[in-house]
Design a protein around this ligand. Structure first.
Ligand SMILES: [Zn+2]
Length: 427
């Protein structure tokens, strides 16, 4: 029998609960010796424009070779993004290899026989990178300079670098050394920023050097700021603040696009589309750097929580992974005699209900706001999301009618995709 009292209690605290679910969504990580990633076979190349919302990130991230192939398509291939200063292929590959390794680290003091880091893996980082690229290619790129586009996609790959597999709140509550080092606010996001910027220094990428032209220096300073801000904004506890800021920015964004379109496309949609990109609309030249950084951060945040806007199979697979990761934190909290964080108790949380609540209180408004700025990208996510909400509702109704609990779909990424393996799956 389904526990109706639990269901009722959950309904009464839904908004707090949904927010807490949201808060638990963005986290960081801990370490294994790195292996050199080899260049893929050049005869088997992925096309830049083929990477999009419907790409299978699990498949593309299943081996080191295929991961590198995606990275090369995005940053080294002839159609790819160009990082300011134009670092060469060897430098980019070495940076990629180091950044990848940071997703395989284990944080000191955490019991990874219990913590199942299944969601915040390198596969998630790859997925967010591909989705950020998809958002730009669906029209978002018109709001950014070429180098900003490149840097945003790079930031996406690094946004959960060093993630531990537990929440910021857990690290704070247990006075983990990372909390003592980074403080209570956005602590894992701050560690990600520090790590990514440190790796850029190590590989002499995006570093201002003597003798550089002033324009390039400014570009590099702007790029580092965009990386820092966009990663810090992935802290879901800042979601509401970001929504307010971007809502206030929408008229400016629409205005910039209207100006860029001139008289040609006055009948077009309010938000940007791939056609605007094709016609090389340069809305970015009508926006301040501050506005572009805010919008870029918004796109990265959308990409980070884009799973509910994918096809149902992908949506359900990621939902299973994130809930399992939360539950493993709950298992650790029980073992340590700590109160179990909201959404982390596998014996009480109903997965379909959690997903419906998260969709209702966080996702719908987010995608609707996106669609005002990005017509096709926003509406793509929104329409899948509405379909997925209906699926979760159907499942919830079945659970209620049958009394049989929903069984979590457990299909972790591959080991090379970042899954540590060995931890429990659903109960
Ligand atoms: Zn993330």
């Amino acid at each position: 029998m389904i526990e109706m009292n639990v269901l009722e209690r959950m309904k009464t605290g839904l908004s707090v609960w949904a927010f807490s679910l949201a808060v638990s969504l963005v986290w960081l990580g801990g370490c294994q010796p790195q292996e050199e990633v080899q260049s893929p076979d050049s005869t088997d190349v992925i096309a830049f424009e083929s990477l999009g919302f419907e790409s299978d990130s699990f498949e593309l991230s299943s081996t080191k070779e295929s991961q590198l192939k995606v990275f090369e398509t995005l940053f080294i291939g002839k159609d790819g993004y160009r990082i300011p200063g134009d670092p060469g292929p060897a430098r980019l590959r070495a940076f990629f290899s180091d950044l990848r390794e940071s997703y395989f680290r284990k944080a000191e003091g955490l019991d990874y026989s219990i913590v199942g880091k299944q969601y915040h893996t390198f596969t998630h980082a790859m997925d967010v990178m591909i989705t950020t690229h998809a958002l730009l290619r669906s029209g978002g790129a018109v709001y950014f300079s070429k180098s900003e586009q490149a840097v945003l996609v790079l930031a996406a790959l690094g946004h959960d670098s060093m993630h531990t597999g537990v929440s910021n709140a857990f690290l704070a509550n247990t006075k983990h050394p990372y909390f003592l080092e980074a403080g209570p606010d956005s602590l894992q996001e701050k560690r990600s920023v520090k790590h990514v910027l440190g790796l850029l220094d190590k590989h002499e990428m995006l570093v201002v050097e003597e003798g550089m032209g002033e324009a390039l220096q400014d570009e590099i300073i702007g790029a580092r700021n965009l990386i820092e801000q966009s990663i810090l904004w992935t802290d879901i506890s800042r979601h509401k603040e970001q929504m307010e800021k971007v809502t206030a920015l929408v008229p400016q964004l629409n205005d910039s696009l209207t100006k860029a379109r001139g008289s040609e496309r006055q009948d077009a949609t309010k938000g940007a589309t791939a056609a605007d990109l094709l016609l090389q609309m340069k809305a970015h030249s009508f926006l301040s750097e501050e506005s572009r950084v805010l919008l870029g951060s918004f796109l990265l945040h959308v990409a980070d929580i884009s799973n509910p806007g994918r096809d149902w199979a992908t949506c359900e697979r990621w939902a299973g992974l994130v809930m399992n990761e939360f539950f493993s934190q709950g298992d650790l909290e029980k073992k340590l005699g700590l109160p179990v964080s909201m959404n982390c108790d596998r014996s009480k949380v109903l997965v379909p209900f959690a997903q419906i609540g998260f969709g209702k209180f966080v996702i719908r408004d987010l995608y609707e706001l996106l669609s005002q700025t990005l017509d096709s990208g926003g509406n793509y996510l929104l329409s899948n999301f509405e379909n997925n909400q209906r699926k979760w509702q159907e499942i919830e109704e079945e659970v209620k009618a049958s009394g049989k609990p929903y069984s979590i779909r457990f299909e972790p990424p591959s080991k090379e995709g970042g899954w540590f393996g060995g931890s429990q799956d659903s109960e």
